[in-house]
Design a protein around this ligand. Structure first.
Ligand code: COA
Length: 406
């Protein structure tokens, strides 16, 4: 019998599973470098702490239910190399039976891990997965051990595409309606919202305390973010020098920082969640990835979001809560404007964003998902929410979710 003759032999029914988020956690975010709280802690140990915490927080969940451990990691060398996602479940002392992999889409590595996990479950390949992101920018600085193709600079549109701060300067230059003053004002609001959320105890529900060794050899439990600067004001921001080019507009105050941290999400099929008695918090609606000119990479959440909205048959008006990553203030200002939102829209980053908390690259996507999950709980009338971020070399990733805590 020829190949054609075999078509139809397998009549397995194919259907799309509903995918839900059960829980989301993160470590505190540290500052990269010797003064960082995680300077003496490995990236893989941060991922292990979160994996174990997801089991502890959800007693109905057993490690043997987890069918894959998918970790976003941008710099996959040294402690972050060797398929970190595979090592993590074994390091969590769950044995060798749980598979794992690592995914790189730079800053969207972690959100892509979540997105791939969603696709997996929707397609019926699994019912329960762990998807996370981790980055230790202190141990593995951006661009570390990279060897770009000699033609890459040319095909990306010039050297500025390699320097994320310069891509933000490019947005300022090409769209001068977004001024330094607006960027500083936005950065200040992020710090203020983050501080209010921290003071109100909102971070406690998601931060997994991690015991670490300090530089002096003593041990301490890290459970607070190191980066936020609650004393930020417009004058101090205005006084900061531009970092990436002379007389530019991007400063340490209106850029996200260099950070160490991890975040992780537990994904399940809705039917498996129901069967195991785990409470679903939000349901996947649609996802999209899009690409833009790498020299203005921060604009990419716009096409990614529009595509995800289109797939879902929704509009920005339907989004009750919006979690957009703040790599740089100017790229958020651009994205909000092009998505028809004001810079101070109350639906956007209600608990602040990466300008305040920091941006440990791959960890930021699952952090956005975790923020949204908690914000949905506090806003039971909210129906839809968006998580989106921009990616070095010109990509954007967006996922839309539906609140199940209403
Ligand atoms: C911008 C950047 C270079 C700054 O790094 P840094 O110099 O180590 O940053 P610091 O936190 O030490 O801040 C530098 C100065 O600004 C000051 N500062 C930073 N944020 C401030 C704020 N909100 N208010 C007032 N001052 C602030 C600091 O106090 C420090 O002052 P000092 O030099 O007098 O001590 C770095 O954070 C960076 O590269 N960010 C972008 C990361 C990135 O590209 N990520 C990928 C995105 S796609």
């Amino acid at each position: 019998m020829g190949v054609m003759g075999r078509v139809g032999v397998c009549d397995m029914e194919k259907k799309v599973n509903e995918v839900v988020v059960i829980d989301g956690v993160r470590t505190a975010f540290g500052r990269a470098g010797e003064k960082g709280v995680f300077w003496k802690t490995r990236a893989d140990d941060l991922a292990v702490a979160l994996s174990r915490a997801l089991i502890q927080r959800n007693p109905e969940l057993r490690p043997d239910m987890i069918e894959d451990s998918i970790w976003g990691v941008t710099n996959q060398v040294k402690e972050q190399g060797g398929t970190l996602g595979r090592a993590v479940p074994m390091l969590a002392d769950w044995g060798w039976e749980i598979p794992g992999c690592s995914i790189d889409r730079m800053c969207a590595s972690g959100l892509t891990a979540v997105g791939f996990g969603v696709g997996y479950i929707a397609a019926g390949m699994a019912d329960c997965l762990l998807a996370g992101g981790v980055e230790h920018m202190g141990h593995l600085p951006m661009g570390f051990m990279r060897d770009p193709h000699p033609r890459l600079e040319e095909v990306m549109g010039g050297p500025s595409a390699f320097n994320m701060g310069m891509t933000a300067e490019n947005i300022h230059d090409r769209f001068p309606e977004f001024t330094r003053e607006m960027a500083d004002r936005y950065a200040l609001s992020s710090q203020q919202k983050a501080d209010r959320a921290i003071q109100a105890g909102k971070m406690k529900q998601m931060i997994v305390p991690v015991e670490v060794e300090r530089s002096d050899g003593t041990r301490v439990v890290v459970e607070k973010d190191q980066q936020p600067r609650p004393d930020t004001n417009l004058d101090s921001l205005a006084g900061l020098k531009t970092v990436f080019k002379e007389n530019g507009r991007v400063t340490a105050g209106n850029a996200s920082g260099l950070n160490d941290g991890a975040a992780a999400v537990l994904l399940m099929s809705e039917k498996e969640a129901e069967a195991s008695g785990l409470e679903p918090k939000m349901r996947w609606v649609s996802s999209a990835v899009a690409a833009v000119d790498p020299t203005i990479m921060g604009t990419a959440p716009v096409p990614a979001t529009l595509k995800a909205l289109d797939k879902a048959g929704l509009t920005m008006d339907d989004m009750d809560i919006i979690e957009i990553n703040e790599a740089f203030a100017v790229q958020v200002l651009y994205c909000l404007d092009r998505l028809g939102l004001k810079a101070d829209d109350p639906r956007v980053n209600r608990w602040g964003g990466s300008l305040a908390f920091g941006h440990p690259l791959a960890a930021s996507g699952p952090r956005l998902v975790t923020f949204l999950m908690n914000l949905f709980r506090e806003n039971p009338k909210a129906r839809y929410g968006l998580t989106t971020l921009c990616v070095g070399r010109g990509q954007g990733y967006a996922i839309i979710w539906e609140n199940m805590q209403g």
